[in-house]
Design a binder for this molecule. Structure first.
Ligand code: IMP
Ligand code: MG
Length: 187
C-alpha cells in the first residue's frame, strides 16, 4: 500500500512533473467511444439496458458512460466489498446492497471502475446470473491484468494499465481523491 494519508492531494497529482497517467481529455474520448460501441452492441434489444454500477468507484465512469449512450438505459447499483477490508488477497466479496428493480429477462451491463483480481466482477456476475437476466456483460474503465486471480471477460474495456495503484475519476485511496478529473498512479 502506498504511504499517502494526508488530506491534501498526493504528490502524483501535484508534483511539478505532475503528469497524469490518463488525462481527463483522454478518458472523455475513450468513454464516448465505449458509449458508441455499447449502443451498437445493444441496438436491437427490446427493453432498456440496465447499467448495474458497482459502488462507489464506478459512479463517475457510469455517469459519463450513461450520457454517451444513444439507447435507453436504466441505472441500478450494487455495493461490493472485500471481506477483511482492504488487501486484494482477502478473496471473498460481500454484496451489501443489491439491485432494487428486477433484472429478470433484462440485459444487464455491469459497470466497474477497475478489474484487479477480478473477484468483485466475478461475484457480482454470479449473483446477477442467479436472477435470470437476458444477458450479463461487463464494462470496465480500467483493466489491471497483473494481479488477476479469477478469470473474467471484460466485454467493454477502457484502458489496460500497469501494476500501479491508481486514484482519480472516481477511484479512491482510503476514501479520498475520487474528485480528481485525471487518473494518477500512486507511487
Ligand atoms: P477486484 O475484486 O480485485 O477486481 O477489485 C476491484 C475493486 O477494488 C475495484 O472495484 C476498486 O474498487 C478496488 N480497486 C482495485 N484497484 C484499485 C486502485 O488501483 N485504485 C482504487 N481502487 C482500486
Ligand atoms: Mg470498485
Amino acid at each position: 500500500m502506498p504511504e499517502v494519508l494526508t488530506q491534501t492531494k498526493p504528490a502524483a497529482a501535484t508534483s511539478s512533473s505532475g503528469k497524469a497517467m490518463i488525462s481527463s481529455a483522454r478518458i472523455a474520448r475513450r468513454v464516448r467511444r465505449l458509449g458508441r460501441q455499447i449502443s451498437d452492441a445493444y441496438a436491437d434489444i427490446e427493453t432498456p439496458l440496465v447499467l448495474l454500477v458497482i459502488l462507489k468507484g464506478a459512479t463517475v465512469f457510469a455517469a459519463d458512460l450513461l450520457r454517451s449512450l444513444s439507447i435507453p438505459a436504466e441505472l441500478e447499483f450494487v455495493r461490493a466489498a472485500s471481506y477483511g477490508g482492504g488487501t486484494a488477497s482477502s478473496g471473498r466479496v460481500r454484496l451489501a446492497h443489491m439491485v432494487e428493480g428486477t433484472v429478470a429477462e433484462r440485459h444487464v451491463l455491469l459497470v466497474e471502475d477497475i478489474v484487479d483480481s477480478g473477484r468483485t466482477a466475478a461475484a457480482v456476475t454470479k449473483r446477477v446470473k442467479d436472477m435470470n437476466p437476458a444477458s450479463v456483460r461487463l464494462a470496465a474503465l480500467l483493466d489491471r491484468p497483473a494481479r488477476r486471480a479469477v478469470n473474467v471477460t471484460i466485454d467493454f474495456r477502457g484502458f489496460t494499465i500497469p501494476d500501479r495503484f491508481v486514484i482519480g475519476y472516481g477511484l479512491d485511496y482510503a476514501g479520498l481523491y475520487r474528485e480528481l478529473p485525471d487518473i494518477h498512479s500512486l507511487g
